[in-house]
Design a protein around this ligand. Structure first.
Ligand SMILES: Nc1ncnc2c1ncn2[C@@H]1O[C@H](COP(=O)(O)OP(=O)(O)OP(=O)(O)O)[C@@H](O)[C@H]1O
Length: 634
């Protein structure tokens, strides 16, 4: 059994059975862990539901026979219990069926919801165990995650429901065949033959639909992306300004047409021939009716048998069709399960030391890049190419270089979001890979260029830098003070407790205000290495100047890496490293590099000249350089 997927490698039948058995066990285990009580209750209800169909047929026959006896048509009646008992029993089964149906649906929803919650928790725990970033940027992992949180999340329930239903429907079909053999031993065989094409068609329909849904996961993600571009507040400005609404709408429609439209066309294609097969199955049931009526007319059977055999033939037909339908779901379930299994069992994406070293405290020798090369996964051209560099303890170092020269990449390697593809990075003489990663990262405080705006309280936005002390108000206020965010907190209606972001009705902040909080978050961390990637890009000149003035105090005792294109920020550093072509081009203090008259001096002078030109037009309130610091750039 298996869905046709585009990525599937040919496997032997035995391998596939073994693999599916283990996937099935995993899905059932997840369903059991989600809520065993509801699961057991659901299976019991499904069993009772399955038993009711043959029971109702047998009781219907008794009712008809008893009614025939009551009206004196004894030649039409078989033997059986009195009419009142038969009617009461039949009514009870109808009442039970009516009662069980909503409970069965409710239990399915309860198990489904709990299962989705349980699987989501397992997915979150699994992805949190991936120390690096590479998997999050890999499209096939994105497909796996999409499948895992969609179809595959409910697969445990679907296995239980479809599996149990198939089993129980199989029992019902055997019961019906056994009953029909009472008419003639060949009748069940003929009916099975008449229903076989319809059953296989149902299976084929489900199987192919499932295959299509599976292989369309990338299109489903494209669809989601285009939809988000239309409805997400982050995109609203651009969409309106550039009149992108129509464009994205067409993209969405195209993606919709290529996924859902194709699926629908396929459904139609597969449904049309089913009419012929259904007619064949109906003809089989009709023949049983005619045969029974003929026997009843000849007085060889009671009239109740007409209900029993006619009903059993019709029920067998619908039961077999339902089996085809239910079994047809199973390949789809088994096609999606490997995605879930891959995510849940994926080993860490970076090597983890077996006897990890604790992070050094204090750092004594610093960080050394030894001939480090790095290319992003799936890309050939290296971003860093034999780079060597030493970052000394207590020193602040600015990384400068053109766009795409690898500054942020270098920072990501220090944080061990990736490992170098060549060379090594040493911390106090030991390879970063030898350290306990959690312990190491506790020593790193980072403000990313694309920092997150948490739409929680201001306190959370700062406290997430040291989440175990997120309620320590003194610590949060001190961090805010250092980042120049104290005024901002004073202006917020509930200070630290103000809910931020418009999405949940909170206070929206300007870009620079969000950046101040992000800077405060990195200061809240009690780290030995502080990495600030464009920390002042959105700050007003006054705040930037304040931070500049206190930079030495703010970073005292910490190694600091500053990444920036703003030379006013770069100047804060003790040392400046210019990157180009994946290597270090220049390395030294500001004065030293200016005196050398190389790349840094050229870039610095160009930027300073631009500032000075702009300054001639600016009023006193716009003065970006209140103490005339820029004069020294000349
Ligand atoms: N996640 C990624 N996957 C693949 N390539 C990437 C990824 N991130 C960056 N790159 C590539 O690596 C190169 C260096 O990027 P990086 O972000 O390190 O540059 P940068 O010097 O920080 O640039 P900027 O000044 O624009 O911030 C770029 O050419 C970019 O295309």
């Amino acid at each position: 059994m298996g869905v046709e997927t585009d990525t599937e490698q040919p496997k032997s039948l035995v391998d596939r059975i073994v693999e599916n058995a283990s996937l099935g066990r995993m899905a059932l285990r997840l369903a059991w862990q989600a809520d065993p009580r509801f699961l057991v209750a659901l299976v019991c209800l499904l069993a009772v539901q399955a038993a009711l169909t043959p029971l109702q047929l047998a009781l219907s026959r008794d009712v008809v026979d008893a009614a025939a006896r009551e009206v004196g048509a004894t030649h039409l009646a078989g033997s059986g219990p009195p009419l009142v008992w038969s009617v009461l029993l039949l009514a009870t089964t109808f009442a039970a069926a009516a009662l069980i149906e909503p409970f069965s649906r409710t239990f399915q929803s309860l198990v489904g919801d709990r299962l989705v919650g349980h699987v989501t928790g397992a997915l979150v725990r699994a992805t949190n165990r991936w120390p690096g970033l590479a998997r999050f940027e890999d499209p096939s992992t994105a497909d796996d995650l999409e499948r895992s949180s969609g179809y595959a999340a409910r697969s445990g329930l679907e296995l239980v429901v479809y599996g149990a239903r198939t089993l129980l429907l199989g029992c019902t079909a055997i019961g019906l065949c056994w009953a029909l053999a009472g008419l003639h031993p060949l009748v069940p065989l003929l009916l099975l033959a008449a229903n076989l094409p319809s059953l296989t068609r149902q299976f084929d329909f489900q199987n192919r639909t499932g295959s299509r849904i599976y292989v369309q996961t990338p299109q489903a993600r494209t669809l989601q992306y285009s939809r988000n571009a239309l409805i997400r507040p982050e995109a609203a400005k651009d969409v309106r300004l550039f009149e992108l609404g129509g464009f994205f709408r067409r993209r969405y429609d195209d993606a919709f047409e290529s996924s859902v439209g194709e699926l629908d066309r396929m459904r139609w294609r597969l449904t049309r021939p089913m009419c012929g097969y259904a007619a064949l199955a109906a003809a089989g049931a009709g023949a049983v009716f005619v045969l029974t009526a003929w026997e009843v007319a000849r007085g060889r059977r009671g009239v109740g048998d007409l209900v029993l055999y006619g009903g059993a033939a019709a029920a067998l037909s619908s039961t077999l069709s339902a089996i085809g339908f239910q079994v047809g779901f199973l390949p789809m379930v088994f096609a999606f399960l490997p995605s879930l299994s891959r995510v849940l069992t994926a080993p860490p994406d970076l090597p983890v030391a077996t006897n990890p070293r604790p992070a050094p405290r204090p750092i004594r020798d610093g960080i050394v890049f030894e001939n480090v090369s790095f290319a992003y996964p799936g890309r050939d051209e290296p971003v860093l190419d034999g780079l060597s560099l030493r970052l000394r303890p207590g020193e602040s170092c600015a990384l400068v270089g053109p766009n795409g020269s690898g500054k942020t990449t270098l920072v990501k390697l220090i944080l061990r979001m990736y490992d170098p593809t060549g060379g090594r990075i040493l911390l106090d003489g030991h390879d970063l890979r030898d350290y306990d990663l959690d312990d190491l990262r506790r020593e790193l405080g980072v403000l990313f260029q694309d920092f997150l705006r948490y739409e929680f309280s201001a306190a959370d936005n700062i406290g997430f830098g040291r989440v175990e002390q997120v309620h320590d108000r003194a610590l949060l206020l001190a961090a805010a003070e250092r980042a120049g965010a104290k005024d901002l907190l004073d202006r917020l209606p509930d200070g630290l407790d103000t809910q931020l972001g418009a999405r949940f009705g909170g206070r929206e902040l300007s870009g620079g205000e969000w950046q101040k909080l992000a800077l405060a978050r990195s200061f809240a961390r009690d780290s030995q290495l502080l990495v600030l990637d464009e920390p002042t890009a959105a700050l007003d000149p006054r705040t930037e100047y304040d931070i500049f003035e206190r930079f030495a105090e703010l970073t005292r005792g910490r190694m600091t890496v500053l990444v920036s294109h703003r030379f006013s920020t770069v100047r804060m550093a003790d040392r400046i490293v210019v990157l180009r072509g994946g290597r270090v081009l220049e390395d030294g203090g500001h004065d030293e590099l200016m005196a050398a008259g190389g790349e840094y001096a050229r870039l610095y002078t160009t930027q300073a000249a631009q500032y000075l030109d702009a300054d001639t037009d600016a009023g006193p309130d716009d003065d970006p350089d209140p103490d005339g610091r820029r004069e020294s750039t000349r």
